[in-house]
Each structure stands twice: as structure tokens, then as C-alpha cells.
Design a protein around this ligand. Structure first.
Ligand SMILES: [Mg+2]
Length: 252
């Protein structure tokens, strides 16, 4: 990036807010301020409903005009939403076929059971059909952050399950998602895919974008964006992101 970014993209969980949690009022204020200056994208493995609950519902101070500069990319950009005519509209969604879904669900459940990772006490369903993505969440979608952090502190379970499921699904792509989750999509669908689509759709070159995420390590779900060559800033949680925005915003 040779100059200031025209677009700033963020991971959601553990970057803008704790996993599955609404953004803090301070983060909402920073995002509203940022939207007055640049285009903003949020890209996550999560579904659109999580974007609404965690972020959009908290951006009450944003004008409709400012919201037109916010780009939402749920499930790694296989879905795309824009604010048009006073409402959030789905621009596109690329869903898995029924056969792909069936095989993905069977493989990840079978391997989780075989490895002893299929928990009996969970907070909601372990498996979720997100249309364009099948997601395994070891403790269920509603698990508290503390329980999730304790389940697989070193990431070994998640990576072992990812590799085992991938071996059964050579035509699909299996990746580690959030702290306890594994995501299955078509091949080549990751946050780099979403950022590439975003560049096509907005006409903003990748070189003019900045990405902020908490998992830019090679095993992390933000890493593909770094590998794509987009300027990246690594954070450890939303406080870190807020501190970064305090420095970045005056430069824009
Ligand atoms: Mg994250």
C-alpha cells in the first residue's frame, strides 16, 4: 500500500468483538467515524444473522448514507450484502449443492465422533448448514467464550479434525474457523476469495485495501488474505483493534 487505504476490511470474531458477542459502544463509535472517511468491509465465516446481531444493530449512530459504504461478506464472501434504498439487501449467495452438503455433514460428524470430539453437552447444534458453508462448532453455536477457549486452547483438536475431514472430502475445502469451529466450503472459498470478489465488485484494487484480523498466523482463517498480498494488520482482540483505529482514523 503506497498511500492511505480506500477500504478497511475487518474480521469479525475476536477482531471487532469477542466471539459471537456484540461490539462494544466504543467500537461502534469508531466504525461510524471510519465510515465517514473510507469504505469498510466486514468479512467472516459467520452468517449474516451474526453480522446483524453483533454489529449492524449497534451502528444506530450511522447515517443511511454512511451505511452505503459498509460491505458485509458473511461466510467468507460467498454471500454479499449492501445497504441500498434504506435496507440491507443480499447482492449474491453461492450455495453448496445438496450432495456437497450431505457429504460434508457426514464427513465432519463421522470424524469428530471417531476422534472423540463429538461433545454431548453443547450450547445449540454442533452442525450448521449456512447455505454456502457447513460449519462444525464443537460446543454449539451458543457456547460461552470461556468454554470455547478451554475446549481447544492449543488448536490441536480443531486442526486434527480439519485434516481428517479434508481427507474424506477431496473436492471440498475444510478449514479451521473460529476458536472451536471447522468450516467446509467449495474449494478456493476463503477470506482471500471474498476480498478478491470485493475488489471486483467495488473496483477498489487490493493494493488500496487494509485488512485487520486476529488470525493472520499460517493456521488462521485470516491468513489467506495476507497470502493474497493485501496489507494486513494483526490484532489480539477488539481492544487492540480499537487502539489501532484510534491511530489510523486521523491519518485517513
Ligand atoms: Mg477472528
Amino acid at each position: 500500500m503506497t498511500s492511505t487505504p480506500r477500504l478497511v476490511a475487518f474480521d469479525l470474531d475476536d477482531t471487532l468483538a469477542p466471539s459471537k458477542t456484540a461490539i462494544d459502544p466504543r467500537m461502534a463509535e469508531l466504525l461510524v467515524t471510519l465510515l465517514d472517511r473510507v469504505e469498510v468491509c466486514i468479512i467472516s465465516g459467520g452468517q449474516y444473522g451474526q453480522f446483524t446481531a453483533q454489529v449492524i444493530d449497534k451502528l444506530t449512530a450511522a447515517s443511511p448514507e454512511a451505511l452505503t459504504r459498509l460491505h458485509l461478506m458473511p461466510t467468507c464472501g460467498t454471500q454479499y450484502y449492501r445497504f441500498e434504498g434504506g435496507a440491507w439487501n443480499q447482492v449474491y449467495a453461492q450455495n453448496l449443492t445438496d450432495d456437497e452438503k450431505h457429504r460434508a455433514l457426514a464427513a465432519v460428524e463421522g470424524e469428530a465422533r471417531r476422534l472423540g470430539y463429538w461433545e454431548s453437552e453443547t450450547w445449540g447444534p454442533i452442525l450448521e448448514d449456512r447455505g454456502s458453508q457447513i460449519t462444525f462448532s464443537a460446543l454449539g453455536q451458543g457456547a460461552p467464550v470461556s468454554a470455547k477457549a478451554a475446549w481447544d486452547a492449543d488448536g490441536v483438536k480443531k486442526n486434527t479434525l480439519r485434516e481428517a475431514a479434508q481427507a474424506l472430502l477431496p473436492d471440498l475445502e475444510v478449514r479451521s474457523g473460529g476458536s472451536t469451529s471447522v468450516d467446509i466450503t467449495r474449494q478456493g472459498i476463503d477470506k482471500a476469495y471474498g476480498m478478491g470478489r470485493l475488489s471486483e465488485l467495488t473496483g477498489i484494487p487490493l493494493d488500496d485495501m487494509l485488512f485487520v484480523g486476529d488470525r493472520l498466523d499460517p493456521d488462521g482463517n485470516d491468513y489467506p488474505v495476507k497470502a493474497l498480498g493485501v496489507e494486513c494488520h494483526a490484532v489480539e482482540g477488539w481492544h487492540d483493534t480499537a487502539a489501532f483505529l484510534d491511530e489510523l482514523i486521523p491519518t485517513l
